[in-house]
Design a protein around this ligand. Structure first.
Ligand code: ZN
Length: 333
């Protein structure tokens, strides 16, 4: 299902012939590298200078907004997915931004970049905006961009009907982590993506930086995916926010995370958190079973989400993980 077919060119970002607020939707599975890519694009002013970023995180405690600088403003929509449980909050935020534009005051955005949670179906968001007469009048949706994890997307496409809906809605797909994916596997993924969505443009990147992508060789074969109409019997993933004691040793937390992924890696889709440690603020995250290299973040006034580890997956309860990590770190039982 194509939403829009406008292709990216630099002037599309810069012009606004009809005065409507332009909306770029950035979707993709949990841990697919949306924020890293967005951060890099904002840094390079690829979305222009007057861009307001809306960050949606299904978790109560947002982490991603701390990583986004270079925008005119950032609004966090936390505690509900923008395509379903958090839809009303998204609509209210978009209306507020439209009002700000019509009122002619300071900080008028030309563009909104909506980074959805990994659990969101971009098609559902587009339909919700199109069903709202006010937003329809004031907002021009110009592109749906979907980040695709070059290492994990094939498995996600097989197992998660939501991933296929995200791909189907894309005008442009960004293959993230393309530098570490074996070329043959990358070609199979590209052929499979083309089978799922033949009209979207495809780009590759590593750490947000665009990489050259050679033409897809004709012998690259797509993987046959299960019947898309089969029901998703696994249900949606759940989210747990674990509050950690301040000043702990991050390597202990990393050890706990590795043990968790070793034991329950098939069920844990994503772990992400910012820890305040004597060495500074450290971003700790994992995607599927892969723990990413910890990253030192700049000190910021917006450190309210520090010392929280957000775990997304299935087959666990938040209280159970909370007990486990506290016991491991030697805290309260
Ligand atoms: Zn949703």
């Amino acid at each position: 299902m194509a939403i829009r077919s406008i292709r990216w060119t630099p002037d599309i970002w810069m012009t606004r012939p009809d005065g409507r607020l332009r909306l770029t939707l950035l979707g993709g599975a949990l841990g697919s590298g949306k924020t890293t890519w967005a951060r890099h694009q904002l840094h390079l002013a690829r979305f222009g200078r007057s861009v307001h970023v809306l960050v949606n995180e299904a978790a109560e405690t947002p982490i991603d907004d701390q990583l986004l600088t270079g925008a005119q403003g950032v609004t966090v929509l936390a505690g509900g997915c923008a395509c379903c449980t958090g839809r009303a909050a998204l609509m209210a935020s978009l209306r507020e931004l439209c009002n700000r534009r019509s009122s002619g005051g300071a900080l008028q955005p030309d563009r909104v970049l909506l980074e959805t949670s990994g659990l969101a179906d971009p098609g559902a968001i587009v339909r919700a905006i199109q069903a709202d007469p006010v937003l329809l009048h004031h907002i021009l949706l110009d592109e749906v961009i979907v980040a695709v994890d070059a290492l994990h997307a094939l498995a996600q496409l097989r197992d998660e009907p939501l991933c296929r809906r995200q791909i189907a809605a894309a005008d442009r797909m960004i293959l993230t982590k393309a530098d570490v994916a074996p070329p043959a596997a990358l070609n199979i993924l590209r052929a499979t993506l083309r089978q799922e969505n033949g009209h979207a443009a495809t780009e590759a990147c590593a750490f947000g930086e665009t990489l050259p992508l050679p033409p897809l060789p004709p012998e690259a074969i797509a993987v046959k995916l299960p019947d898309p109409d089969a029901a998703d019997c696994r249900g949606p993933p759940v989210t747990a926010s674990l509050r950690l004691p301040a000043g702990l040793d991050w390597s202990d937390t990393l050890l706990w995370l590795s043990a968790l992924l070793h034991a329950r890696g098939d069920e844990i889709v994503r772990v992400k958190g910012v820890l305040r440690t004597p060495a500074g603020r450290i971003l700790l995250q994992s995607v599927c079973k892969v723990v990413q290299q910890p990253e030192i973040l700049p000190d910021t006034a917006k450190a309210r989400a520090d010392d929280v580890l957000v775990v997304i997956g299935r087959g666990f309860r938040g209280a159970e993980l909370d007990r486990s990590i506290r016991r491991f770190l030697g805290g309260a039982p």
